[in-house]
Design a binder for this molecule. Sequence first.
Ligand SMILES: C[S@@+](CC[C@H](N)C(=O)[O-])C[C@H]1O[C@@H](n2cnc3c(N)ncnc32)[C@H](O)[C@@H]1O
Length: 221
Amino acid sequence: MNTLLTPPLAPLLTRLFNEAEAADAPLREQLAQSSPEGRAALMQRAQTDYRGFYGLTKEMYLPVSAETGRLLYLLVRATKARTIVEFGTSFGLSTLHLAAGLKDNGGGRLIGSEFEANKAARARQNLDAAGLAEFAEIREGDALESLARDLPEAVDLLLLDGAKVLYPRILSLVEPNLRPGALVLADNADHNPEFLAYIRRPENGYLSVPFAEDVELFMKL
Ligand SMILES: C[S@@+](CC[C@H](N)C(=O)[O-])C[C@H]1O[C@@H](n2cnc3c(N)ncnc32)[C@H](O)[C@@H]1O
């Protein structure tokens, strides 16, 4: 049995990635047409005013790539993960891959986080449509608060995909619950060079490898 490659999830993912392509086109075009200074200003806003930045993009999906989604599913299956925490759920494209992995592992629990209410609602709808709602709980509100409580005692996998400036703080919230050998996947971690430098130093407790152009994968030692 494979949930990822069969209905209802497979056609749902195809539709959602197509919708994301269309919905996110204005941002891509804006970035492509901006001067280097304009791009830097937008990226700066994402650092200094992440609520404002994500408020501007609340109709956009901003999903992980299809390849990263597949990588997430594969990591969940290969490690037999049962407990997953996700920072930054949006419409739930990554969540669907992770929850599918849990289902195919025989069950488990995913805690997602999203502060845009419309996005959390859409993520829940998508999980429902995929028959995966029982594996995922989407916590609404700032993850700095929602992931500061009631985490599983041992977390097998953490996805970092919310505001990049918060990666260090979210990691330190979840860190006490990460079991040795737990995996962390950080999307677009290159937007936070200090964080990348930190997790690449083994004395900080992780073994890290750049996995693709936009993904850093690391393991708790
Ligand atoms: C890049 S998108 C996530 C995409 C999602 N992982 C996917 O693959 O579909 C980042 C999301 O994180 C949310 N976000 C950013 N910072 C957050 C925070 N501090 N707490 C909760 N949600 C946050 C944004 O609203 C946005 O929807």
